[in-house]
Each structure stands twice: as structure tokens, then as C-alpha cells.
Design a protein around this ligand. Structure first.
Ligand code: BGC
Length: 747
């Protein structure tokens, strides 16, 4: 209030005020020092990062990740930037305040992508955005859309897919949903951020073609289809230059080629030269350090950066502040509809769970008594660790979910399991000690408890079915280890002994995978009677899994990535820091470690990522891209394809030929004619999902995409080239289940 009236007073004396006078006038009234401060955040609570104004964010919105720099004399408020992407990340409990500020933990990105349902993801984004708006944040640091280049990337759970069209379309839907609340998003991490090991200094070496067709394509789709308020540059380098310092990436490609009009901010403490970032078109540096301010001022003094270049970034920062809820004086309630959002997360999670195996056991029939095994059944994982974690009020475990649905679950071991889990967690934390990584390290999963044969036999007599949950967790700073990819000895022993005992009693066993990334399945997938890949389904996880197990909803999720037979089958495995050790480095200390794939990672597989690699090399997989079972069956018919007015139009009739209602995700791939360039066997170009179809019901899906989307990036020409010839259009239920092939001719 005081500041506002001071602003009015000054305004009366002629000092321009943001929102009252034009941006031009405000910009003109700023001193050089103010400009250099304005493009830099106010620091991060608990981390001075070189002496910026620590604590400013906590005053504005406790637990937010960053704040913009306020200039009261010009009517410029600070706005709050908060994580993402599985829900808003703020401080739930505040000193001296009896209220709580919990946020909804929605499903992880990988689960959302596995829905293949853009409308649904948009509605989830809308619910997330409401929490952003009502808790007083201005920009939500999400979605995260980097490509799943390798299964062990520790942040794959936040990301969507190995395919750029899935990443782009799902990301665009998410942005539209969030931004419908008049708050901003920050699409991250732009770009080529495909490993956590040495993430702040790693140099990704990638061909222009792989950049354009694979790693940039998703961002291009999001920019063109949803107009995000902001984009977050990544930590890594691309071909020797930090992405946040690459004018080619942030100005020539993003703004020049794609027409992006919004703001680019750094990832937190990303890059090493504030002046180079401004010159590249990285408009805002977060969370901000004094060093960056000095770098900008020094560069202007010695002429290597012009004030006009700085003005370009200042203007974009002003535009961002101007459109923020804070600037509009939005009186947030601190009371988002958490109950409604719990229903949104529970329901949306159902569509992204993937039924991998089912030998007639699901949905559960005539089951009353359920035995649960595996520590994770008692301690469900809502989502990954790090900035992508959400401070939620609760997580529904499988035990709770089954009980909520009225099953008799033997929970006599509950206390025992909870004690075991807590003890192992404490021991793991103690072992990490005070290392710089300790606060971030995902605590290893507790060792499995293997009941004795007698206990198992008794359990199999008493119960109608056994459910075993296996869990995996990961998060930023670390990639997963090769050991994490496979079931460990305890998990295998548990699976084998439970299955032996229950099968001996004529009872079935279901495995639930509560994981954030791909694991090995080929060696054990035939042991249980069903496998449900539940991903990390947010705070209602146990309820959502139960809804699928009981058949309240038929599963309709499909894999947005390949499950390989072996980790090393991936082309990217030849150049990924598998089991490499690296510390976390901030800008002042980034040594050249001299380790392959740590200092520098060569993307030698080029465009052959995910199914493109397995197709090209004819390598068998455990589960193909796009795969997922249902409780019903679908017939595809009446295929039609045309090419007119620059658009490929595909239509297909999908009929539910089974006995329960369900949805089906349909995928459209192309296979390009041989031209000058090497072409993938097939590439996804579009997808759609049916409504919930009753048994016998049909729906015709009309799916279209631009003919230009069939182009390849020709490095010799430095541009997209659409070769003439016959293009095959493949309509499939998965990459390995193509139901029809038609042709279009490009002249
Ligand atoms: C992460 C970003 C996140 C930022 C702010 C960084 O460590 O890479 O994804 O938005 O922190 O919390």
C-alpha cells in the first residue's frame, strides 16, 4: 500500500509507472544499473549463490524457486516463479501461521504422456494452473519436455517421451491448460538436457539434423501450438556453448525460425557468463547472483555488450511482469479447490497407467481377500525427487487404496513394514552424511522383506490373490544406475517365492510397478499373471491403481517409450554416463573431469533414438513404443488418407469389439521414400484417442498433420526438405502393431 501510493505520487511528478505508461516510457526511465539488476533474480533462499538478496522470494511466496527484481519507483513489482511440473511446489507450513499451503501432487509427466490424451492433459494443466493462481505464484516452472534419450536419465519421470511429437503435443496441451488461468509457464529445459550427470557443465555434441528432428522438435511444437509465456534454457552446453549463451539457439532458432515472442530465463545458476547470456537473448538470469550483475556492467563498460542488447531483454522482462497476476493486483485466495483437484489427479492417473501383461486375471473378479507384498505397497511413491517433488498433504498407498475400495487386506504387517522403511531411510540418510549431494540424493528403496515359505503358504490359503509392488525413484542431479534398471536379488526372490506359493494354491499374482522410468522386464515378465505399470501417479496413486485393478476403468495408457530387452540395446547406451560418478558443480567450480560422457557426450546415434533405433537395427524389444493392453479389444477399419492443401488427413473407424467400455489411443506414423537422406523406418506424426466406447460402439477419428511435417532436416542445405515420392501412412495400435498402410504422394 505504502509503495503503491509512493508510486502514484512519483507518477504524478512524471516518473513513468509500469501499467500506466507504455513499456517504452518505463524502459527509457530506467537507469543502466536498474536494467542490469532487473534482468537478474533476487537470489534463492538458503543459497546466496554469490550474494544476491537472499530471502526475497520467501517474503513473496515461501518455497517458490525465484523472484524477479522489483523497482518500486517505476511501479514494477516482484513476481514469483515456482516449480513444477507435477504440481506447484511451495512451502506448505509457515512459521507462526496456523494455515497450511499444501498443493496437489498430480501424476508425473511420463504418466501424463502415456495417456496419449491431449484434452485430458489440458484439463490437468488447468487444475495445476488454478493452484498456481490461487497460491499467488505468477509463473509455473513447467512443463519439462526433454526427450527420453536414455532410460537412466534421472529426470525422465518429469519428461514425456522418446518421441518429439508426443512430447510436443502433450507439452502444448499442458501449457494451454495452465495458462488458461492467466498465469505463465516456463517450458524446460531448452534444450538437449538429457542426462543429470555433470549437468551444469556437460557438453552435448549433437548433429544439426538430430537437434532439429528429435531434440528441438517438441519445443517447436509447444511454441507454435501453445505460446508459453516463458522458456527455461538448460544447464548443459550444445556443441561447446552453454545453451543459455547460445544466440543461435535462443535467438536465431527460437525467435527467428519459430516466431517465439515470450521470455527466456536460465535454469537456476545455469551458464557462466551473464553478459553472454544477455547477448544471446536469454532475457532473465535466475535465481541471480552478484557476479552476473558485475559481468553485465563490465561488458557494457568495455563495449562487448551494448545497452541496446540489454534493452531487448529488459523489455521482455517488463512484458512478463506486465501480464502477471501480481501486476494485475490479483487477490489470490490461498484456497484452491484441493478436493476437486484430488479427483482430477485420481481420474487422470487412470488413463496413463499401462497394462503390460494380463493372463485373464484383471480386472479382479470374485476377489475379497488380498495379500500385498513389497515395501512399496505400504509406501507408494507419488512422484520423483528434487524440484519436481510436490509438498502434498498425503499419498494414498496401495494398502489404503485397496481398503478404501472395500477389500480385506491383511495389514497385520503394516507397522512392521513402516518401521523397516523408516529405519532404512534414516540409515541411508546418515550414510550420505553432510556431502553436498546429501539433500538431493533419492533415498534408495528399502530392501525387500521375504516372508518364509510357511508364511507364504498360509497367506496363499487365506487370500484370493497376491499383489506385489516394486518401486523406483529418482530425481534431479543424478542419473539412475545400471543396477536400478534391473530387479535386485531381493525383488526377484520375492517375486519368485510369492508366485510359487500362490500358484501352488491355484491363486494369481499381480505385479504393480510404481516407477518413474524404464526398468528391465524381459527376464521376469512371464512369472506373474499380470503387470500393471502404474508409473508414479501422484497423491491418489493407491486409489487410482485400485480403480484399474477392479475394472472401474479399463486401462488405456500406452508406452511413450520403448522397454528394451537389455539396457545396452539402446543406441544411446554407447554414449551415456552409465554408472559414472560426478559431483554437483556450481559456476565457480566446474572442473574438466576428463571422463567420457561426463565432460562431453557425443550423440552418435543421431536421429535414431528410441523406436527409431530399434526399428533400424531390427532389435527385439520387451515392450514396443505405443504398447498397452486394455480390458477390451478394438477393431480398426474404414481407413482413408488424403493429401490436399498441404495437409495429410487420415481417418479411421475404431470399434470396441470386447465386452467392457474403454478408450483406445491410435497412432499415425509415416514411412518416407528413400531420398538423399537416410530415413527412419517409421516416424510418429500424429495421434488421437477415442472417447470411452461402450461395447459394440464405434468412433471415427480424423487425424491430420501438415505435409511439411514429413520433411527431414538437410544439413547440406541448412533447412527442411520434403522429398517427392510415395509416403506410406501407417495407422497403428503401437509401433509394432500396424493395422493399415495407405499411401500419399508428394509431388
Ligand atoms: C531445475 C529446474 C527448476 C529450478 C528451480 C533447477 O535445479 O533444473 O527444473 O525449475 O531448479 O527450482
Amino acid at each position: 500500500m505504502l509503495l503503491a501510493s509512493a508510486g502514484l505520487l512519483l507518477s504524478a511528478c512524471g516518473t513513468p509507472q509500469l501499467g500506466k505508461q507504455s513499456i517504452d516510457k518505463v524502459l527509457k526511465a530506467m537507469t543502466l544499473e536498474e536494467k542490469a539488476h532487473f534482468v537478474i533474480g533476487t537470489g534463492m533462499s538458503g543459497n546466496s549463490g554469490g550474494g544476491a538478496t537472499v530471502g526475497a522470494t520467501d517474503l513473496l511466496l515461501p518455497g517458490a524457486a525465484g523472484t524477479t527484481y522489483p523497482i518500486p519507483r517505476l511501479g514494477i513489482p516482484a513476481i514469483a516463479l515456482a516449480d513444477g511440473p507435477a504440481g506447484l511446489r511451495i512451502q506448505p507450513i509457515r512459521e507462526g501461521d496456523p494455515n497450511t499451503y499444501y498443493c496437489t501432487h498430480f501424476p508425473i509427466g511420463t504418466l501424463l504422456a502415456s495417456t496419449w490424451n491431449q484434452e485430458l492433459v489440458e484439463s490437468v494443466g488447468k487444475a495445476m494452473g488454478e493452484e498456481v493462481h490461487e497460491y499467488g505464484a505468477d509463473v509455473y516452472l513447467a512443463p519439462a519436455i526433454n526427450i527420453h534419450r536414455h532410460p537412466l536419465n534421472g529426470r525422465n519421470f518429469e519428461y514425456y517421451s522418446e518421441d518429439p511429437v508426443v512430447a510436443g503435443k502433450i507439452g502444448a496441451a499442458y501449457v494451454r491448460g495452465v495458462q488458461s488461468n492467466d498465469v505463465g509457464t516456463s517450458v524446460k529445459h531448452f534444450a538437449f538436457n538429457n542426462q543429470e550427470t555433470n549437468r551444469t557443465a556437460n557438453n552435448a555434441v549433437i548433429s544439426p539434423r538430430a537437434q532439429r528432428e528429435i531434440y528441438l522438435k517438441g519445443f517447436e511444437i509447444v511454441v507454435k501450438e501453445s505460446d508459453p509465456w516463458t522458456i527455461m534454457s538448460s544447464y548443459n552446453k550444445i556443441n561447446g556453448t552453454y545453451t543459455s549463451q547460445s544466440r543461435e539457439l535462443l535467438t536465431d532458432i527460437l525467435r527467428g525460425d519459430w516466431g517465439y515472442k515470450g521470455l527466456v530465463m536460465t535454469d537456476w545458476y545455469g551458464g557462466d557468463d551473464g553478459a553472454a547470456q544477455i547477448a544471446a537473448g536469454n532475457d532473465m538470469l535466475q535465481p541471480g547472483t552478484d557476479l552476473q550483475y558485475e559481468q553485465i556492467m563490465a561488458a557494457i563498460a568495455d563495449g562487448s555488450l551494448t545497452e541496446a542488447e540489454l534493452d531487448v531483454c529488459v523489455r521482455r522482462c517488463l512484458e512478463l511482469v506486465l501480464r502477471s497476476p501480481k501486476m494485475k493486483g490479483y487477490e489470490f485466495s490461498n484456497k484452491p479447490d484441493l478436493e476437486a483437484h484430488a479427483a482430477v489427479t485420481r481420474q487422470s492417473a487412470l488413463e496413463g497407467m499401462v497394462l503390460l501383461e494380463n493372463k485373464g486375471v484383471l480386472p479382479l473378479k470374485n476377489v475379497k481377500n488380498v495379500a500385498i507384498f513389497g515395501c512399496t505397497s505400504y509406501a507408494f511413491i507419488a512422484g520423483g525427487t528434487g524440484s519436481g517433488d510436490v509438498n502434498r498433504a498425503y499419498t494414498v498407498s496401495l494398502l489404503d487404496g485397496l481398503k478404501n475400495a472395500g477389500f480385506n487386506v491383511d495389514d497385520s504387517k503394516k507397522d512392521f513394514y513402516e518401521k523397516h522403511i523408516a529405519e532404512e531411510k534414516a540409515a541411508a540418510q546418515a550414510a550420505l552424511g553432510n556431502s553436498s549431494l546429501a539433500a538431493f540424493y533419492p533415498i534408495p528403496r528399502p530392501t525387500e522383506i521375504i516372508p518364509s515359505n510357511a508364511e507364504l503358504a498360509a497367506s496363499a490359503r487365506k487370500n484370493d490373490i497376491a499383489i506385489i509392488t516394486f518401486g523406483r525413484n529418482s530425481g534431479e542431479f543424478f542419473d539412475r544406475s545400471s543396477a536400478d534398471f534391473s530387479l535386485n536379488a531381493g525383488e526377484k526372490q520375492l517375486l519368485n517365492s510369492v508366485t510359487r506359493a500362490f500358484h501352488a494354491a491355484g491363486k494369481k499374482v499381480v505385479v504393480v510397478l510404481n516407477i518413474g522410468g524404464v526398468i528391465e522386464t524381459a527376464s521376469w515378465k512371464n512369472i506373474p499373471d499380470a503387470i500393471l505399470l502404474a508409473w508414479q501417479a501422484g497423491q491418489e496413486g493407491g486409489n487410482s491403481v485400485t480403480d484399474i485393478l477392479t475394472g472401474k476403468e479399463s486401462p488405456s495408457g500406452k508406452l511413450s517409450m520403448t522397454f528394451p530387452v537389455n539396457l545396452m540395446d539402446h543406441g544411446s547406451s554407447a554414449n551415456f554416463p552409465i554408472d559414472a560418478e560426478a559431483d554437483v558443480y556450481f559456476p565457480d567450480k566446474r572442473p574438466d573431469l576428463g571422463v567420457k560422457d561426463v565432460d562431453e557426450t557425443k550423440y552418435e546415434e543421431g536421429i535414431y533414438v528410441g523406436y527409431r533405433w530399434f526399428d533400424k537395427n531390427n532389435i527385439p524389444v520387451s515392450y514396443p513404443f505405443g504398447y498397452g493392453l486394455s480390458y477390451t479389444t478394438f477393431d480398426y477399419s474404414d481407413f482413408a488418407t488424403s493429401l490436399a492443401d498441404g495437409k495429410v488427413k487420415v481417418s479411421v473407424k475404431v470399434t470396441n469389439t470386447g465386452s467392457v467400455a474403454g478408450k483406445e489411443a491410435v497412432q499415425v506414423y509415416i514411412s518416407a521414400p528413400a531420398g538423399n537422406l537416410d530415413k527412419p523406418v517409421k516416424e510418429l506424426k500424429a495421434f488421437a484417442k477415442t472417447n470411452k466406447l461402450a461395447p459394440g460402439e464405434s468412433q471415427t477419428l480424423d487425424i491430420s498433420f501438415a505435409a511439411a511435417d514429413m520433411s527431414s532436416w538437410d544439413e547440406s542445405k541448412g533447412g527442411w526438405v520434403l522429398d517427392p515420392g510415395i509416403y506410406k501412412i501407417l495407422v497403428g495400435a503401437s509401433a509394432a502393431d500396424i493395422r493399415a498402410i495407405t499411401n500419399v504422394e508428394v509431388k
